[in-house]
Design a protein around this ligand. Structure first.
Ligand code: NAD
Length: 260
């Protein structure tokens, strides 16, 4: 379905981004991976995704908290591959602290990566998408784009912000072949969440397994983690012709979290 399309998935060296990159590759899209990690591990990942799906996979190390690195990244991809057809704004970090002890430096870092990087990447890819009259922009928001939790001021602000950005971009491209939507996952067992589980176990003097159960039962009625594969399949659907009129949506995939 996506043969010949080029997908840039930010923050795709692990977790949800990697799941989405694999799902898009399984549909024939060529992939640009991005994110941090051990160079040898990333090279292994690049080769595996490429050989498993028979697509070209390229890796770009850009730090997306830096506007000039985002601009240079998109310019490089356009110069070498011709286009960015699918942009998945996924890279994200978390910081947990009460608002009065939330450092300005952590606030800036979370907003820069979880919100501003999506704006910069989007504004850089839209001219090419308009020229071809086709494009897919998928923003990985969160259940925290729709509802809040205590001690996550920057994350919740950024995720609500990206849902707003999604709607604006969808309206500005509504009469074109470009769509922009957000996916709002609940808990997914990735490195980002494992850190929160470990902190909970340490603070509560409970096992990691008990902390996992506590985390799920507090917010996620299904008591099961969402998987990266399920999110990948949702992204594939948003890239399909069946989703041509899905515009500006913020789709929950959260085990019932935001139904409460
Ligand atoms: P993760 O920590 O596994 O992956 C984050 C990715 O971002 C990694 O590839 C990392 O290298 C990359 N990254 C970090 N800083 C970067 C930077 N400055 N520049 C470029 N890349 C950078 O986390 P994840 O859980 O897969 O999270 C991915 C996205 O999904 C995030 O936006 C997160 O907010 C969102 N999300 C996660 C969950 C969850 O439960 N895990 C739920 C809802 C939304």
């Amino acid at each position: 379905m996506l043969k010949g399309k080029l997908a840039l998935v930010t923050g795709s060296t692990s977790g949800i981004g990697l799941g989405i990159a694999e799902a898009l590759a399984s549909q024939g899209a060529n992939i640009v991976l991005n994110g941090f990690g051990d160079p040898a591990d990333i090279e292994r990942l690049r080769k595996t995704v490429s050989s498993q799906h028979g697509v070209n996979v390229h890796y770009e190390a850009a730090d997306l908290t830096k506007t000039e690195e985002i601009e240079a990244l998109i310019a490089r991809i356009v110069a070498s591959h011709g286009s960015v057809d699918i942009l998945v704004n996924n890279a994200g970090i978390q910081h947990v602290a009460p608002v009065e002890r939330f450092s300005a430096e952590r606030w800036d870092a979370v907003i820069a990566l979880n919100l501003s990087s999506a704006f910069h990447a989007t504004r850089c890819v839209i001219p090419g998408m308009r020229a071809r009259n086709w494009g897919r922009i998928i923003n990985i928001a969160s259940a925290h784009g729709l509802v809040a939790s205590a001690e996550k001021a920057a994350y919740v602000a950024a995720k609500h912000g990206i849902v707003g950005l999604t709607k604006v971009v969808a309206l500005e491209t509504a009469t074109t072949g470009i769509t922009c939507n957000a996916i709002c996952p609940g808990w997914v067992l990735t490195a980002l969440v494992q850190k929160q589980i470990d902190a909970r176990a340490a603070q509560g003097g409970i096992t990691v397994e008990q902390a996992k159960v506590a985390l799920l039962s507090e917010k996620q009625p299904s008591h099961e983690f969402v998987t990266t594969e399920q999110i990948g399949e949702m992204a594939v659907f948003l890239c399909s012709p069946a989703a041509n009129q899905v515009r500006g949506a913020a789709w929950a995939i959260d085990g019932g979290w935001t139904a409460q």
